[in-house]
Design a protein around this ligand. Structure first.
Ligand SMILES: Cc1ncc(COP(=O)(O)O)c(C=O)c1O
Length: 377
């Protein structure tokens, strides 16, 4: 079977598993705010979707996104999820002969997008406790050359959950500026971080900020997000994008409603997901060989290092899957360090997290010696 067919069946099967505990994709499964649900219902009821949305998104949504980021002078271009914004940026800006610099681990899709555009990719290893699992300015400086066109920083990092300090972001910006490179600041998990700094502050002329509604608001399946950058740069990205007929009307209405209730609703989500992180940390500490090297995570997920437990991430994922719980193997994120960890989402109901914790000793045991694991994606 072709790989994409196998992958599609895999996710289709997960989706149709009744009562599946989704702890594998950093999605948000907490109950939605009633006002957001109502906005969805209203948009459907009024059949607003017969018309195309404005190409860059509803003006109200664009305004609210800028307000949420707390920046001025930037332009917002709404996309079908942040991933489409990444696609547009990578495919518009990267050309054959250019270099794209990012971290390993990080998020693999922009790597694929720039490779498809003919650019060379450099992935800087950061799975290193000695450097607190972070890219250092010295590492970035050493990797950047005159051919570097794009630097892609995932901050907070998926899968690690680290986030950068203001001085580190400032240093990355200075390096990008000296090289004349664009800096893509992937801020998909920004809302879960303590004290996040936008690169836009230091390098507004060539920073592209990505914005997602999938994680903090829980709209992953509705597909809405944005890229935010200098108006001249957005003008370039908006010239020939795949969503030139606008994004989903319904999703944008839900996003607008979400931004309006965010200040009162989101702190409760954050408190809950941090409690889930803590419960998982305690469960991990009780199983010999397992470790949670980064705590607290500044994302809505944690990684669990399995290297000292004598099991593979794939075996653990497989064992949990048999119990109706989806977690993610590290190899989704990295060929070089993906064999070390699994990743578990924390924006889930407390009883899901409790089930994950209660099962952990038994699943670690079940994973031992399990060599035959089907393909995982
Ligand atoms: C780092 C990173 N960037 C972008 C995305 C895509 O976000 P969206 O669902 O808004 O397309 C994800 C989704 O998992 C992600 O982890």
């Amino acid at each position: 079977m072709r790989e994409f067919e196998a992958k599609n069946r895999y996710f289709d099967e997960l989706f149709s598993t009744k009562g599946l505990y989704w702890l594998g994709q950093n999605t948000n499964h907490l109950p939605m705010h009633p006002a957001v649900k109502q906005a969805l219902r209203d948009a459907v009821e009024a059949e607003e979707f017969h018309a195309y949305a404005p190409p860059a998104g509803f003006e109200e949504l664009r305004r609210l996104i800028l307000q949420d980021l707390g920046i001025e002078g930037a332009s917002v271009y709404c996309t079908d999820g942040a991933v489409e914004g990444l696609y547009i940026a990578c495919r518009t800006l990267a050309e054959p002969g250019d270099t794209f610099v990012t971290t390993d681990p990080g998020w693999k899709w922009p790597v694929a997008f720039t490779r498809a555009a003919g650019a060379k990719v450099i992935e800087i290893p950061i799975y290193d406790p000695a450097a607190k699992f972070k890219l250092t300015p010295a590492q970035l400086e050493a990797a950047v050359t005159p051919t570097t066109k794009l630097i892609y920083i995932v901050d907070p990092n998926n899968p690690l959950g680290i986030r950068y300090e203001a001085q580190e972001i400032e240093a990355f910006c200075a390096i990008a500026k000296r090289a004349g490179a664009y800096l893509i600041h992937d801020c998909t998990y920004r809302h879960f971080a303590d004290g996040h700094t936008l690169a836009w502050r230091f390098y507004p002329e060539r920073t592209i900020v990505t914005y997602s509604f999938s994680k903090w608001l829980g709209l992953a399946g509705l597909r809405v997000g944005a890229v935010v950058a200098h108006p001249d740069l957005i003008e370039r990205l908006a010239a020939a994008p795949p969503n030139t007929l606008g994004g989903s009307v319904i999703a944008q209405k839900a996003a607008i409603a979400g931004l309006k209730i965010k200040d009162s609703w989101f702190p409760g989500v954050q408190a809950l997901q941090r409690r889930n992180q803590d419960a998982m940390r305690q469960a991990v500490a009780k199983v010999p060989g397992l470790a949670m090297p980064i705590y607290p995570s500044h994302g809505n997920f944690v990684i669990i290092d399995v290297t000292q437990a004598g099991i593979t991430p794939e075996a653990l994922v497989d064992a949990y899957r048999e119990q109706g719980v989806m977690i993610r193997q590290g190899s989704y994120h990295s060929k070089t360090c993906g064999h070390r960890f699994v990743k578990v989402s924390t924006t889930v109901p407390e009883d899901w997290s409790a089930r994950f914790c209660a099962l952990l000793p038994r699943m670690a045991e079940a994973a031992r010696g399990r060599n035959q694991v089907g393909p995982l994606f």
